[in-house]
Design a protein around this ligand. Structure first.
Ligand code: ATP
Length: 334
């Protein structure tokens, strides 16, 4: 008998419920041995339980070791701290992996983009350490440690080896932040010595951004601290057709959460317009993580065939709604 994998499912806010429904529909059509256990976080959990990230949700993810997650809203400038960030920190999901590549039949400014963003997920300015020094002056602490910088560099090089990638490029601003980004870069260089088969180079973040929008094909794996990783991921998504397309995985020794790069997209929520591709490709990463490569390949093929038939959501130039798009993918699987 094949083992059934129990996955913690967080549908999330904004477009989260719609794209989650679409992804569940497609996963069901694969008949992969998956079962889902739902968990609620964010504003809804705060209302119901007085806590946006209840301990029982963390326990459920620790138990199942795998979660599939829609975007969860974060109040801007006030209110509770980002649940997305707290989940990564509480579960030690130190590596954020975001493969960015052209999809067949999706028009974009560039062809042949095939890069991977590896983002450090636990520290940097996301430590949430901010305080008012005196009225009118605030300080945000950027935390960079040797341990976390070394661990993420090792992850990037191991990933390169396992996935037959040629090069890892560290992206930083060590010319200005000589201590913090300097430490990140030193750790990268030290780790690189143990991987003579993988090329290692580095670029300053501003120059890297220019090169990304001029010659994105020239990048392979990009290794970044948390904040640069956040910004460069969205930039990279723009290179291949937008935020609706780019998946992500948050990985640690004890658990993994698969989620799209994009946020809650409140501007299109509830209108059957959202593109579920980014979350679906996150589920494909999850299937590979669960060692279900055949199901992963089948979903990718069904997605490619749907796009080739001209069935696309409005963000990538089509007219299909979220539900119709998911149905079309599902039909190609059954
Ligand atoms: P948040 O605060 O949760 O990050 P946001 O609106 O600031 O939300 P995103 O949700 O990432 O940021 O959305 C940025 C833009 O990209 C919006 O105009 C949104 O409509 C569009 N977008 C994001 N994801 C998708 C998607 N899956 N399908 C279609 N459009 C999307």
């Amino acid at each position: 008998m094949t083992k059934t994998h129990t996955i913690t499912l967080i549908r999330g806010d904004g477009i989260g419920p719609e794209i989650s429904e679409a992804v569940l529909h497609v996963l069901e059509a694969t008949r992969a041995p998956l079962s889902f256990e739902e968990a609620v976080v964010g504003r809804a959990a705060e209302k119901a339980e007085g806590e946006p990230l209840p301990e029982k949700v963390l326990d459920a993810i620790r138990r199942n070791r795998v979660a599939l997650k829609g975007p969860v809203g974060t109040p801007i400038g006030k209110g509770f701290a980002s649940v997305n960030v707290r989940l990564r920190q509480a579960l030690g999901l130190y590596a954020n992996l975001r493969p960015v590549r052209n999809l067949p039949s999706i028009e974009s400014r560039f062809r042949n983009v095939d890069l991977v963003v590896v983002r450090e997920n636990t520290e940097d300015l996301y430590s949430g350490l901010e305080h008012v020094v005196v009225p009118g002056v605030v300080e945000s602490l950027k935390i960079i440690t040797e341990a976390a910088s070394t661990r993420i560099a090792r992850y990037a090089f191991d990933y390169a080896r396992q996935n037959r990638r040629r090069r890892v490029t560290a992206i930083h601003k060590a010319n200005i932040m000589k201590l913090s980004d300097g430490l990140f870069l030193d750790c990268f260089r030290r780790v690189a010595e143990a991987y003579p088969d993988i090329q290692a180079d580095d670029r300053i973040v501003d120059a890297a951004c220019m090169r990304l929008v001029m010659n994105p094909e020239s990048f392979d794996i990009l290794l970044l601290e948390n904040l640069y990783g956040d910004i460069v991921s969205d930039l990279a998504a723009g290179l291949v057709g937008g935020l609706g397309l780019v998946p992500g995985a948050n990985l640690g020794p004890e658990a993994a959460i698969f989620e799209a790069v994009h946020g809650t997209a409140p501007d299109i929520a509830g209108q059957d317009k959202a593109n579920p591709t980014a979350m679906l490709l996150s589920a494909v990463l999850m299937l590979r993580h669960l060692e279900l490569p055949l199901a992963a390949d089948r979903v990718e093929a069904a997605l490619a065939s749907t796009l080739a038939a001209g069935i696309k959501t409005p963000d990538v130039g089509g007219t299909a709604g979220t539900r119709a798009f998911a149905r079309a993918i599902g039909e190609r699987l059954s």
